[in-house]
Design a protein around this ligand. Structure first.
Ligand SMILES: NC(=O)c1ccc[n+]([C@@H]2O[C@H](COP(=O)([O-])OP(=O)(O)OC[C@H]3O[C@@H](n4cnc5c(N)ncnc54)[C@H](O)[C@@H]3O)[C@@H](O)[C@H]2O)c1
Length: 408
């Protein structure tokens, strides 16, 4: 068996929720005759989503959503799966990245699944011939949803897209626990340095930032949070973390992780203040949070190690991981989120794709929430796979929760 197939099978054994959905798809073939176009991180968990859709009758064309996150052996193995075509390649140039997106779109998909919105952006700007054919799409991540909402606000989103990221069963687990654990484990395995006792600076106390801060604290780090939202800053403070500006944190931090979905979070004024040997990394979707271009232009010798670039600035070494791209996926040993959280995220993707296949034609262009019953179905499937039971509302409790006339 190839190494890619072994990885895919390894992941499959910890994906019981997707397996239950796969069974249903194999039986019902809900995507028969449909072509699905995808731009996601091509690794073992994603491959299980792809085969679930293909077994449901779809022809799937997939490429990556980041030049450094593809696992080539998994991409190769995917090309062996019936009705699946994979164009992703690790380390591709930006031109090659978009050429692969073109290939996915040449297959004329009727449903799109994106992580970061590059596919939908390309359709709306460069392949407008396809717009009328697309029933709808699904989006996986916060940054993709930001972009979609901006597009929708300008009236430019011409088909319906489900904001998979924004539902509790995604954000509470994938963003918090997935990013929290996988970003730290990637930093640890890439640098082989200790977390305990270090100052870890987390930029952004959103879903991903909270996970990172908590997990780093659990490993014994002294966690500093930087924010621009006063409520989230206060939340971080009351959760027990130090809160300060990046300018203040720059001279204190040992390891930095940006997770804001914003641009230029660590830039020249901060670089000048960093300690010798500071480690910079990013867990946000795009490689724009750390101003690497400035470092390339202004810093001296660049030393390349596996997954680490070292810049020399006025005698100080500044280490940047994975070229400032998603540290949990883009370092050579980065495995991405733990399998169990992607089981939930991809179960949502599979069921939302089904929702679009059934209802997309009746939905107008715009961003849609994940239907509540899908979110609950995924939670119930996961609970039952864990053998956990929960209470159900009694008739009296249901009535009480809907009433307004029972007070003191
Ligand atoms: N690494 C991964 O695998 C992975 C997984 C999920 C999401 N993401 C990406 O991570 C990013 C964050 O996602 P999220 O769900 O946590 O988003 P979020 O909106 O919940 O949180 C982002 C936080 O960053 C803060 N922020 C914005 N600009 C800032 C600045 N200049 N300095 C400090 N804080 C700032 C915001 O106020 C907010 O609290 C997005 O780009 C998302 O796509 C990555």
């Amino acid at each position: 068996m190839s190494s890619g197939t072994l990885k895919i099978e390894w992941a499959a054994q910890y994906m019981p929720v997707l397996a239950a959905i796969k069974k249903q798809f194999v039986r019902d073939k809900p995507f028969a005759g449909m072509t699905i176009g995808m731009a996601l991180h091509v690794e073992a968990k994603t491959a299980n989503l792809v085969s679930t859709l293909a077994l449901g009758g779809a022809t799937v064309h997939i490429t990556g959503c980041n030049p450094l996150s593809t696992q080539d052996d998994v991409a190769e193995a995917l090309n062996e799966v019936k009705n699946v075509h994979c164009y992703a390649k690790r380390g591709c140039t930006v031109d090659e990245y978009y050429a692969a997106i073109e290939k996915v779109l040449d297959a004329k998909p009727v449903i799109t699944i994106d992580d970061g919105m590059d596919l939908i952006h390309y359709i709306h700007t460069r392949r407008r011939d396809l717009i009328k054919k697309v029933i709808g799409g699904c989006e996986e991540t916060t940054t993709g949803i930001h972009r979609l909402r901006s597009m929708a606000a300008e009236g430019k989103l011409e088909f319906p897209v489900i904001a998979v990221n924004d539902t509790p069963m995604k954000r509470f687990f994938d963003n918090v626990h997935g990013t929290g654990e996988s970003a730290l484990s990637s930093i640890m395995i890439t640098t082989n340095t200790l977390i305990a006792g270090k100052y870890i600076v987390v930029a952004g106390y959103g879903f991903c930032g909270r996970g990172l801060a908590r997990k780093a604290h659990g490993l014994g780090a002294k966690v500093i949070v930087t924010e621009i939202d006063p409520r989230r800053a206060l939340e971080a403070h009351m959760d027990g973390f130090m809160v300060m500006t990046m300018e203040e944190a720059a001279s204190i931090g040992d390891i930095f992780v940006t997770t804001t979905g914003n641009v230029a979070v660590i830039g020249p004024t901060h670089f000048r203040k960093l300690k010798n040997g500071a480690i910079l990394s990013n867990a946000g979707h795009f490689n724009v949070e750390i101003d690497i271009q400035w470092l390339h232009k202004n810093a001296g010798t660049v030393i390349q190690r596996e997954g680490i670039e070292t810049f020399m600035l006025k005698g100080k070494a500044i280490h940047v991981l994975a070229e400032g791209r998603l540290v949990n996926l883009a370092t050579p040993k980065g495995m991405g989120h733990p399998i169990e959280v992607m089981d939930l995220s991809f179960a949502l993707q599979a069921l939302c794709t089904l929702h679009i296949a059934k209802n997309g034609k009746k939905m107008k262009g715009g961003v849609y929430e994940v239907p509540q019953d899908i979110d609950e179905q995924v939670a119930n499937l996961k609970l039952s796979s864990l053998g956990l039971s929960i209470d159900t509302l009694s008739r009296e409790q249901k009535k009480y929760l809907c009433s307004w006339d029972i007070g003191t």
